[in-house]
Write a new protein. Sequence first.
Length: 631
Amino acid sequence: MSHVLNTIDDEISRMTTSLLQQQRQDGSWHFCFENGTVIDAYVIILFRILEVPNEVLIRELHDRILNEQQHDGCWRLYADEEGGNLSASVEAYYALLYSGYRQSTDEPIQRAKQYIQSKGGIGKVTSILTKAILAATGQMKWPLSISMIPLEILMFPTYFPINYFEFSGYSRVHLTPMLIMADLRFALTAPHAPDLSDLTDLRNVENEPTVQGYQEMQDDILSGRSRLLGNPRHIHDTARMKAEQFMIERVESDGTLYSYASSTILMIFALLALKYDKQHPLITKAITGLTAMQCRSSGGKTTIQNSPSAVWDTALITYVLQEASVTDDHKSIQLAASYLLSRQQDKTADWSIHNPNTAPGGWGFSESNTINPDVDDTTAALRAIRSLSTTLPTFQESWNRGLNWVLSMQNKDGGWPAFEKNTNKEMLTWLAIDGAKSAATDPSEADLTGRTLEYLGNFAGLDTKHEWINRGTKWLIRNQEKDGSWYGRWGVCYIYGTWAALTGLTAVGLPASHDTVQKGAKWLLSIQNSDGGWGESCQSDRLLHYVPLGESTPSQTAWALDALIAVQPKPTPEINKGILRLIASIHENDWRTTYPTGAGLPGNFYSHYHSYTYIWPLVTLSHYRSKYGAC
C-alpha cells in the first residue's frame, strides 16, 4: 500500500508541475482536440476552390492525411475499425488530389482508389457531410434526404408537430447551409478539380438508408408547408432569406459558424451558392477563423480542430489541479478562474427557446463560443471556480448564475441534455441520414446526467431530498443497461457512461450497497483487462453494446478506476492493479495513448483529446490519495 501511495504522490507531483508549466499567460490551457482527417480534407478542398494563398498549411494538411493512410489504401476513424472507413477514405483521396501534391498515378492514390472501388465507390458513402461536400463540388447529386426537406421548414411556427427548433442546435447549423445548397442545386468546381467519376458507375444513384417512419415525418413536413399562408414563391424566397439570416446571426467574432469548423465550411459553400463573392468579408473572415483552428496532432503533424477545446480543457485542468492539492490562492488557479469568468456567456440564444425566462449563465466548449453553452462545460467551469465563489463576490455571482442555468436545463424526464432542453422528438430520428438518431436530437444522456449529479452533490451540496436530484437519480436508475452499464454519448462509451453514472449517484447519496451501484461496479470489474487496465472500442457506440478494445487506454482506465474508488470504501487488489497500470500507461507513447476516447457522431466522428492524458489520470490518482491515503 505504501509503495502504491508513494508512486501516486510522485506522479501527481510530476503531472501537476507539467500542467502548471503549460498554462498560458491569460490563465488558459490549449491542448489539441484531434478529430481524424475529415476537417483537414474539407479545408484543402475549400482552400483550393477559393484559391486561398496558404500553401504551407495546405501542404502540411496533405502530409498529415497521407501519413494516416493504411497499407490496404484506406483511412480509418480509429485503429481497430475493421475494413477501414469508406467516407473518410473518399474524403482523403479527394483532398490529396485537390491539393495538387498528388497525381492520380501515384502509388498511394492508386491504393486508395482500389480500396474505394472495392467498397462500391462514392455511391456507397454514408456520412452526410461527405455527401454534402461531394455534391457541393459537383461529384454527386444532392442526397434525397436533404433535397426533400423544404426550406419552408424554417418558417414553421413552434406549435407545429415538426418545426426547425425541434432539431438539435448542432444539426440545425449543419442542416441550414446544406438545405440552401440543395435547394439551389449548387455545385462549384475549381479549374483543376479532380474528377471522381472513375471511382464508381453508381455515383448518381442514391444510396440512403430506409428508416422506419421516414415517410410519416416527410408527410408532416409537407403538411406543415401547405399550412403556410401566402404565395408559394414568395414563401419560398422568404424561407431562403431566413436560412441565410439564420447562418449570419450565428457567426462568432472569429468568423466561424457556431465555432464549428464543419458548419463553417458548409456555410462558406452556402454563401457561394447565394452568389456571395469569394472575397466577401463573411467568407474571408471565416477562412481566417478556420486557419486559426490548426494545431499539432499526434506525431507533430498539423491538423484542423473542429472546435478548439480551450474552455473545456481549462475548466477541467483548473478543477483537477485543485483536486491534486494546488491551493486556491495559487497564481495559476487565480489566473485560470479569471479566464473562465471571462468566458461565461451572457447572451440569450437558441438554448432559451425551450428554456425561456432563464438568465444566461452557461459556458461553451471553445474560446470563441459566445452563444452555444452546454451543460457539461458549465458544470466543469463551476467545479473550477467553486472555492473562489465562497470568498469573492464576483465569483459568487457567476457561480449562482451558472448553477441556476444548469438546474433550469433539466429535461422533463429527469435527465440532462447537452445543449438544449426537451429536444428529443423521436420523429426526427427517422430522417434517412446516417447518425440522425444522435445528431438530430439532444436527449437526456447518462454521462451528462451523471456528471451533473456529481457536480450538484459534491460541489453544490445537494442530495436526493431535492427534487432535481431525485428526478435525475431516478432517470439514471431507469436507464441502466441490463448488464449494469450505462451508455455514454460524448465519450467512448459504456465505460464513460458508467463512470459518470456511478460517480454521480454516489455524490448525491445513493449508498454503495444499492443494487444499481453494485451492478455498475460489478460490470466494470468484469471487463477489466488482464494487465489491470480498461479499454473499449469506438465500435461500441455504433453497435450499442460494449466492445472490448483488447488493450488498455489511459483515459478509460482512469474513468473505470475513479468510479470504483467512488464505490469502494477501501482499496481492493483490482483497484491497486489498475492504478499501477494507469501510471505505467502515462509514460507510454503508442496507439493506445492516442486512441480516440471522445465521441461526436457514432460511426462518423471521434476525438482524441491531448489533454486527457493528464486530466483523467490526475483526477483518479488524486481521488485515490484523498480517499485511501489514511488506510
